[in-house]
Design a protein around this ligand. Structure first.
Ligand code: BTN
Length: 114
């Protein structure tokens, strides 16, 4: 059964690296998601300021991307996460492209107070 109840607008999610995804809007017809992402992961650039998020929600499924360029810093890279919501957790796998290099990994997000 799809359990998408907690993938809602104005929810905030934190991963094991301390980064935060804020879902601002989800279009009920198209599933298009907008929001922002604050990277707090050690060993990466573009830390501590919000970057735009665009993506999709379909029931308990979610995918979003971040282009790591804002007024503070430009890391010339893009990350896309794909995953699902279950039992209070968003489980994802991600890919980060920079130049001709693609790195991958896994992030788990739990809901936090706004
Ligand atoms: C960069 O260093 O090029 C931009 C920042 C990348 C941060 C990555 S995205 C996947 C992983 N999960 C996070 O929350 N941060 C890192």
């Amino acid at each position: 059964m799809a359990d998408g109840a907690s993938l809602t607008a104005l929810s905030v999610w934190e991963n094991q690296r301390g980064s935060k995804l804020t879902i601002e809007t989800i279009d009920p017809t198209t599933g298009v998601l907008t929001g922002n992402y604050i990277n707090n992961a050690a060993g990466y650039g573009c830390i501590g300021s919000p970057y735009r998020v665009v993506g999709y929600v379909y029931g308990n499924l979610i995918g979003w991307s971040v282009r790591w360029s804002n007024a503070h810093e430009d890391c010339q890279s893009i990350t896309s996460w794909t995953g699902y919501y279950q039992n209070g957790t968003i489980t994802t796998q991600w890919e980060l492209v920079y130049g001709t290099q693609i790195n991958d990994g896994a992030d788990m997000f739990t809901s936090v107070a706004k």
